[in-house]
Design a protein around this ligand. Structure first.
Ligand code: FES
Length: 247
């Protein structure tokens, strides 16, 4: 238990430093949001054989036969919805952008705050369905990462291959550490031996729980990697840099 002098010391520090946690979120999520929006509308430099930007994958109607805008806009809702409704990001942006509350020990704003029980925040409960959607996107991204090994002259490895591969591994770790997935695998059970496939479900739940402990880390690493993967493809596709062939 904290002593009276410790409590006084904490109270003196808390109100002044609440923004220290919010600052990286403002910069990270705000910066990513601006960049991703620009890239989604840019509708250019998303492919540099054999690399496809993750912002445009799966690539739908790039010839604009049926859709006259950027193909990224057709698919953006899936990954965006998954991230926006993520339990970790919710905590981060509620604190950093809504300031309600801004941090631990900072008072909530008074008003008719209804949490996630009313529109629009009740839509956050769609997270599980976005998780199913994200699993489909992962299949496409793994396909792109494998395709990145096949150049016009055959099998090879370029810097871009590694960039796309690392990105899809991090996105997979982020998805597999999802709270909803852990709940689905076994988090909702009180007794594993009382249900069908209790043994495999218990091992799956244990492994997912291990990943889940690092969900915040995977959330940030995968956010950086997906932005960087797109940026790399853009640089190569626009001719700003040449992809270095390693093998
Ligand atoms: S809780 Fe973060 S992705 Fe599901």
């Amino acid at each position: 238990m904290a002593s009276a002098s410790q409590t006084t010391a904490y109270d003196a520090v808390r109100p002044r430093s609440w923004w220290a946690q919010a600052l990286p979120v403002w910069i990270g999520l705000g910066g990513f949001g601006l960049y991703a929006t620009y890239r989604a509308f840019e509708n250019a430099y998303f492919f540099a054989a054999p690399y496809l930007s993750p912002f445009y994958s799966p690539l739908i109607d790039p010839q604009h036969r049926y859709w006259h805008f950027s193909p990224a806009l057709l698919i953006l809702g899936g990954p965006l919805g998954f991230r926006a409704t993520c339990y970790y990001y919710r905590k981060a942006y509620y604190r950093a952008f809504f300031l309600d509350p801004a941090g631990c020990a900072v008072p909530e704003r008074t008003g008719n705050y209804g949490g996630e029980t009313r529109f629009p925040f009740i839509l956050q409960n769609l997270h599980r369905y976005f998780m199913y959607l994200a699993a489909i996107f992962l299949i496409f991204l793994w396909h792109d990462a494998v395709q990145a090994f096949f150049f016009a002259d055959g099998f090879g490895v370029g810097v871009g291959t590694l960039v796309l591969l690392v990105n899809v591994v991090l996105l997979t770790l982020y998805s597999c550490s999802c709270h909803s997935l852990r709940h689905l695998a076994g988090g909702k059970l009180d007794c594993f031996s009382c249900v069908n496939f209790g043994g495999p479900r218990h091992s799956t739940w244990k492994n997912l729980s291990f990943l889940n402990e690092h969900h915040m880390l995977f959330a940030w690493m995968s956010l950086c990697s997906v932005g960087f993967a797109d940026f790399y493809v853009r640089l190569v596709s626009s001719g700003a840099i040449k992809d270095l062939r390693l093998l």
